[in-house]
Design a protein around this ligand. Sequence first.
Ligand SMILES: O=C(CO)[C@H](O)[C@H](O)COP(=O)(O)O
Ligand SMILES: [Fe+2]
Length: 221
Amino acid sequence: MAIRINPSILSADFVNMERDLGAIATADLAHVDVMDNHFVPNLTFGPQMVGRIQDVSPIPLDVHLMIENPEHWAPGYAELGAYSVTFHAESTDNPVAVARRLREIGARAGLAVKPGTDIEPYLELMPEFDQILVMTVEPGFGGQSFIPDVMPKLELLDAARKKSGLDVWLQVDGGITLDTIVIAAEAGADTFVAGSSVYNSGNPEKAIAGLRAAAHSAHKH
Ligand SMILES: O=C(CO)[C@H](O)[C@H](O)COP(=O)(O)O
Ligand SMILES: [Fe+2]
């Protein structure tokens, strides 16, 4: 089974972004957290900065929108060339319309759910999405602890994915370390976002290789 390691540049040095993107060139995708200080109580960057990140990144971008009104904003990230654009189920009444627009532009469409949001109502929407993100922390900040209580959501998604035969990526984001990646992989995740455990390690390349090996070993069980 394919494994993807997506380091989160939320833990990069924002004034040395090009250098810190270069440090994760061995990863699969660069995870870019867009926060608007309304959907979450934090603020990062918008389309102008993400466009420059896209220009200089050695690997494609996995954009995670923690914003209100994705109907308005999400297509712009697909247009600037992001490989995938994920928005939150809690931020829109019409996730299918947003996903269809993203796919029309040529990006992979992702749906994210906060730790407190049930996944059942969204299972039937699986064919509309290329990836589903189960948040393993409350969105808004890096460096928080992994919430194991959300693992049953991944198990439900993995079962639904197998039943449908769809190739939907199951992503986790928040508190991913060498230990927690194993728990998430065993529950069915295949795409792993890690910010602080990659960038604060002192050796991003080694941290990425370690996470990859740990996820692979869990999937062999
Ligand atoms: O979406 C996010 C926070 O809302 C980040 O992607 C996530 O927190 C990564 O950071 P860490 O690995 O340090 O938890
Ligand atoms: Fe994220």
